[in-house]
Design a protein around this ligand. Structure first.
Ligand code: KDG
Ligand code: MG
Length: 402
């Protein structure tokens, strides 16, 4: 079999998605997600100008070799743009291989290690009553594990906090919006929120919280300690991702489980964190980590340290990236949990998918390949719109960490 064509489709059915479609001389096609929120067109150029010409004529079955060829062969390694582009090729090739075999991808990854994959959803509220309503809404949708984010008194708007039913995509703007941030106010407020949530929803509901990289190690250690009575499933991205050594201090001070990695794109970003067992969950996305091939290797490495998977799955991972994640989740032994917010109905029409969400759990379905079909005509009817994430500034105007 040979690759005869590779096309990049950019569409915005509610938010922007970049998809690679590889076609073979036998008529089998494969899809890969290359969406990098806020920097989408950089990946489009990387693919069209530098990757697609190298793919034509290659054997699509040689997935590992193609991965190494694109990663080592470029000289310039790692980085989110490079790794999103390589991820799209990797997933598209796995899709083709599994379709050629007539099997769902998870079968090629070793078969199912479990019957279904537990997902967590997002609840948020500007205040505690609004948060309670949002948690109840997620429970009504079937979620059995819930990420909790709230507004902070004195701050006009906190990232990830919006009225229930209002999609996060509705807050997107053609230039980054400035939001305010005050770490001291946040640290004073959050423990009381979790006390209230535990009081209302009881001890059993798994609760997660995302600090979005905003804390220093000592602030993160204090927060982790303060949250111990509320038994979090995890505290996510407590400190900026680059500073792996900072997690040593956090780890020594608190037994609140730690998750990190959604902005990581290589196993080297995890060397200290995994090797010293400083975290409990690795959180990279298939789409930003170079695909199924390297993420599987990361999970195998993490398994030696009793660290589990928690693939990043926000709305800005397309259904193609989500499908690949769910196949991997079903197959690996050290699965932890899968983030899943779902997509707009229009997105699900553009990307018809075999995966299902029932009773808070996902299943990839039994369609050959990753089980996603792209409606290119509908995709073309919803063209790219520039959209950026917000930035934070402190009261004195200083730009703060994500
Ligand atoms: O593009 C940024 C989002 O993917 C990120 O903000 C979502 O933090 C996030 C999460 O945990 O899903
Ligand atoms: Mg996060």
């Amino acid at each position: 079999m040979k690759i005869v064509d590779a096309k990049v489709v950019v569409t915005s059915p509610g938010r922007n998605f970049v998809t690679l479609r590889i076609t073979t001389d036998e008529g089998i096609t494969g899809l890969g997600d290359a969406t990098l929120n806020g920097r989408e067109l950089a990946v489009v150029s990387y693919l069209l100008d530098h990757v697609v010409p190298l793919l034509i004529g290659r054997d699509p079955h040689r997935i590992e070799d193609t991965w190494q060829y694109l990663y080592r062969g470029a000289y310039w390694r790692r980085g989110p743009v490079t790794m999103a582009a390589i991820a799209a090729v990797d997933v598209a090739l796995w899709d083709i291989k599994a379709k050629a075999a007539g099997l769902p991808l998870y079968q090629l990854l070793g078969g199912a290690s479990r019957d279904r994959v537990r997902a967590y959803g997002h609840a948020s509220g500007r205040d505690v009553p609004e948060l309670f309503d949002s948690i109840r809404a997620r429970q009504a949708e079937g979620y059995q594990a819930i990420r909790v984010q709230t507004g902070v008194p004195g701050l006009a708007k906190v990232y990830g906090v919006h009225r229930d039913g209002e999609s996060a995509a509705e807050g997107r703007h053609p230039r980054p919006v400035v939001e305010d941030w005050d770490t001291a106010a946040y640290l004073r407020h959050i423990p009381g929120v979790f006390e209230a949530v535990r009081g209302e929803f009881g001890p059993e509901l798994p609760l997660l919280h995302d600090a979005h990289h905003r804390l220093t190690p000592v602030q993160a250690a204090r927060l982790g300690k303060a949250l111990e009575p509320y038994d979090l499933f995890w505290l996510e991205d407590c400190t900026p991702a680059e500073n792996q050594e900072g997690l040593r201090l956090v780890r020594r001070q608190t037994s609140t489980p730690l998750a990190i990695g959604e902005v990581f794109n290589s196993v080297f970003d995890y060397q200290t964190l995994v090797g010293e067992q400083l975290i409990d969950y690795v959180r990279s996305a298939v789409t930003h980590f170079g695909g199924v091939t390297p993420l599987r290797k990361l999970f195998d490495y993490a398994a030696q340290y009793q660290i589990k998977s928690a693939v990043h799955g926000p709305e800005d991972i397309s259904p193609v990236g989500m499908a690949a994640a769910i196949h991997l989740d079903l197959a690996i032994h050290n699965f932890g949990i899968q983030e899943y917010s779902g997509h707009t109905a229009l997105t699900d029409e553009v990307f018809r998918h075999a995966y299902t969400f029932t009773d808070g759990h996902l299943h990839p379905g039994e369609a050959p390949g990753i089980g996603v079909e792209l409606d290119e005509e509908l995709a073309a009817a919803h063209p790219y719109r520039p959209a950026y994430l917000p930035v934070n500034r402190l009261a004195d105007g200083t730009v703060h960490d994500w």
